[in-house]
Design a protein around this ligand. Structure first.
Ligand SMILES: *Cc1c(COP(=O)(O)O)cnc(C)c1O
Length: 564
C-alpha cells in the first residue's frame, strides 16, 4: 500500500500547472481562472465597488491559524475571491480618487505568464528571454524619454520609491566615493521640492544619510520648485562643507501634477560644479514616475493636432511637455508603469543616462559565490534586490506593444481632456475654484466655498486667503468646510450617486504655514466620459445646499461662521 502522503501528493500535483503538455489539465487550469473571474464578475454592480464594503476584522485576522487539511483549488478560489468584496473598481468612470490605474488585458497576461513560469531577473540563467524583455522595455523607455540608447541602461525595481532609491544611492556614491563599502563619514544632503514625494525622506533614512538631511525647498504657486531658494540652499550646504547626494526634480507631483524646471536645475548644478570646483558632479534624479508618459507628445505636432484634441487640452498637453521634454538632461529617471502606464503593481523602472553609473553600485564578486557563473546578463551584481520578478517588464512591454505612441497619446490625452472639462465646469460656477490651474495633468484640486462666500473665488481674494495671515481663521474654517463637502460627496458616491473623489489634507501650505485642504479628482480610467465629470459639479452644489440647511438648523450655530 502506498504511503498516505503519496495520496496527498496526487492531489497536490493536480493543483500545479503540468510540467509537460496535458491538454485536459490545461483546460482545467483555464477553467480555474475562469471560475475565479466569474465569481468576481458576480460581485460587479453599477457602483464603483465590488459589492458592499466589508468591515475587516483585524483582531480575528491576527489570530488566524493554518488549516490542518488540504482544500481544493475550487474552495481556495472562492475564499480568495471573497477578499475582493468591497474593493474599489479602479477602472470605473466614477472612480477618480488617486493615481491608481486600471491595468490592460495584455499587461495582466504579461504578469500571468511571469507568475506561471517564475523567472528571476537577477540573472539570465534564471530568466532567459524575460531578461531580454527587461532590456527591451528599458530600451524603449530610454528612447521615448530621449536618452541615447547606446549609453542608457535600466532596471525594474520595487516601485517608484525604489527608482528614487537607486538615483539617490548612485548620487551618494558619486558625492562620497566608497561609502557603499565603508559607510558614510560625511554629511550629505539632498534637495527636493516640498510638493515632491515623501519617499525622499524614507530613502535618506534607510541609506543612513538621515532623513534630516533632506532639504525641502518651497514651491511657487505653480507647484514648481523655487529655483532661487534651491540655489540658496545648495550654496549654503556647499559652503558648510556638505556633500550633495542629489537634486531631485519632481516631474509630475503626486497631488497636483506640479512639474519642476529640470533644465534650470541641471544648469544650477553645472554652475555650482564650476564655481565650487567640486571633485564630483552632483547627481540630478528626475522623479518622473507620473510625468514620463507625457514624453509621447515630445514630437506631437500640436499645430496639426491629428488626434483632434480640444484647444484647451492641447494647451495642457503642450504645457506639460515643455518641461517633460528635458528629461534627457537628468542623470537618472524614475518611471512607474503602474501609475501612468496602465499595468498592475509593481512595474517601476529606473533608467540611468550612463550605464557606467550602475557600476558604482556593484558588489564584490566574492560576496556572491553561488551565482553568476554563466550567462551574459547579470543585473543581480548591482541591484539591491536579490530575487526580482519578471512581471514588471512583461507588463510594461505588453502595453508598449498594445498601445504604441498613438495609443498612449490617445489615452493620456483623453484623461487630460476630461480633467480640463471638469475644470471648465468647476470654473463656470462661482462656488468653486481650481487650485492647480497651472498644472496640466489628469488631476484637479479644487476648493468649495459656501453660498455668500463667492467673493473668495475671485483671483485677488483667492490669493489673499493663502497669503494673508489675517485670513488664517477663515482659511482653516474653509478647510473644515471642504472636509464636510467631501464627506457628503463620498457618502453619495458610495450610494451610487456621484463620483468617488478624494481629499488631500495638505495640497500645499499657505505662505503663513497652514495646510490647504483640497478636494481631488484624479482621472485615470479610459471609461471616464462627460457625464461622470458633470455629475461632480452637481454633487458639490448639492453638498453646499445641504450644509447650508444644516447650518441654518444648527441651534449652537457652530457652523454659521462659514456663512457670516
Ligand atoms: C507615487 C510616487 C512615488 C512613489 O512611487 P511608488 O511606486 O508608490 O513607490 C514617488 N514619487 C512620486 C512623484 C509619486 O507620485
Amino acid at each position: 500500500m502506498a504511503a498516505p502522503y503519496r495520496e496527498l501528493i496526487q492531489n497536490i500535483r493536480l493543483a500545479f500547472p503540468q510540467p509537460t503538455s496535458d491538454r485536459i489539465h490545461d483546460s482545467y487550469l483555464v477553467h480555474s481562472f475562469m471560475n475565479a473571474l466569474n465569481q468576481v464578475d458576480a460581485l460587479k454592480m453599477h457602483l464603483p465597488m465590488l459589492g458592499a464594503v466589508v468591515e475587516p476584522n483585524y483582531e480575528a485576522a491576527r489570530h488566524a491559524g493554518l488549516p490542518s487539511d488540504m482544500s481544493s483549488v475550487e474552495e481556495v478560489t472562492s475564499e480568495l475571491v471573497g477578499y475582493l468584496r468591497g474593493m474599489t473598481v479602479v477602472g470605473h468612470p466614477r472612480t477618480q480618487q488617486n493615481v491608481i490605474c486600471p491595468p490592460t488585458i495584455p499587461s495582466v497576461i504579461g504578469v500571468l505568464l511571469a507568475a506561471l513560469h517564475n523567472p528571476n531577473l537577477g540573472w539570465d540563467e534564471h530568466s532567459r528571454l524575460f531578461a531580454l524583455a527587461e532590456v527591451e522595455a528599458a530600451g524603449i523607455t530610454a528612447g521615448l524619454v530621449g536618452y541615447d540608447q547606446e549609453q542608457a541602461a535600466g532596471l525594474f525595481t520595487f516601485g517608484g520609491t525604489g527608482t528614487s532609491l537607486y538615483g539617490i544611492r548612485i548620487g551618494l556614491e558619486k558625492a562620497c566615493p566608497g561609502s557603499l563599502r565603508r559607510g558614510l563619514s560625511e554629511e550629505a544632503v539632498l534637495f527636493v521640492a516640498d510638493t515632491g514625494h515623501y519617499c525622499a525622506y524614507s530613502i535618506a533614512g534607510w541609506i543612513g544619510m538621515g532623513s534630516d538631511q533632506v532639504v525641502s525647498i518651497p514651491t511657487t504657486p505653480e507647484n514648481e520648485i523655487d529655483l532661487r531658494l534651491l540655489e540658496e540652499a545648495a550654496r549654503k550646504a556647499l559652503k558648510e562643507g556638505k556633500k550633495i547626494a542629489a537634486f531631485i526634480a519632481t516631474m509630475g507631483s503626486t497631488d497636483a501634477f506640479g512639474v519642476d524646471d529640470l533644465r534650470a536645475i541641471v544648469a544650477l548644478r553645472d554652475a555650482l560644479v564650476e564655481e565650487f570646483d567640486l571633485p564630483y558632479r552632483p547627481h540630478v534624479h528626475a522623479d518622473a514616475v507620473i510625468g514620463w508618459a507625457w514624453s509621447v507628445f515630445n514630437d506631437y505636432d500640436f499645430e496639426k493636432n491629428e488626434l483632434g484634441f480640444r484647444p484647451r487640452t492641447l494647451r495642457a498637453l503642450a504645457g506639460a511637455c515643455r518641461q517633460i521634454r528635458h528629461l534627457p538632461l537628468a542623470d537618472s529617471v524614475g518611471v512607474d508603469f503602474h501609475k501612468t502606464g496602465f499595468t498592475p503593481y509593481i512595474s517601476s523602472l529606473i533608467l540611468v543616462k550612463d550605464y557606467k553609473d550602475l557600476r558604482l553600485l556593484k558588489r564584490d564578486r566574492e560576496l556572491m559565490p553561488y551565482l553568476y557563473h554563466f550567462g551574459e546578463y547579470k543585473p543581480g551584481m548591482y541591484t539591491l534586490e536579490t530575487s526580482r520578478s519578471g512581471a514588471g517588464p512583461m507588463a510594461a512591454l505588453a502595453n508598449y506593444q498594445l498601445l504604441g505612441v498613438q495609443g498612449i497619446r490617445a489615452l493620456i490625452g483623453h484623461l487630460v481632456e476630461m480633467a480640463q472639462l471638469l475644470r471648465e465646469h468647476l470654473e463656470g460656477h462661482e462656488g468653486a475654484i481650481v487650485l492647480n490651474r497651472d498644472n496640466f495633468g489628469p488631476v484637479t484640486l479644487f476648493r468649495v466655498y459656501p453660498p455668500g462666500k463667492e467673493v473668495l473665488t475671485t483671483f485677488t481674494n483667492r490669493r489673499k486667503e493663502f497669503t494673508d495671515p489675517a485670513c488664517r481663521d477663515a482659511m482653516l474654517a474653509y478647510n473644515d468646510y471642504n472636509r464636510k463637502v467631501s464627506a457628503y460627496v463620498h457618502k453619495e458616491a458610495m450610494a451610487g450617486r456621484g463620483v468617488l473623489l478624494s481629499l488631500t489634507d495638505c495640497y500645499r501650505h499657505t505662505t503663513y504655514g497652514e495646510p490647504v485642504v483640497a478636494m481631488k479628482s484624479y482621472i485615470m480610467s479610459p471609461f471616464v466620459d462627460e457625464e461622470s465629470v458633470e455629475i461632480i459639479v452637481e454633487k458639490v452644489l448639492e453638498a453646499r445646499e445641504q450644509l447650508r440647511k444644516e447650518a441654518a438648523a444648527d441651534k449652537n450655530q457652530k457652523m454659521l461662521h462659514w456663512f457670516a
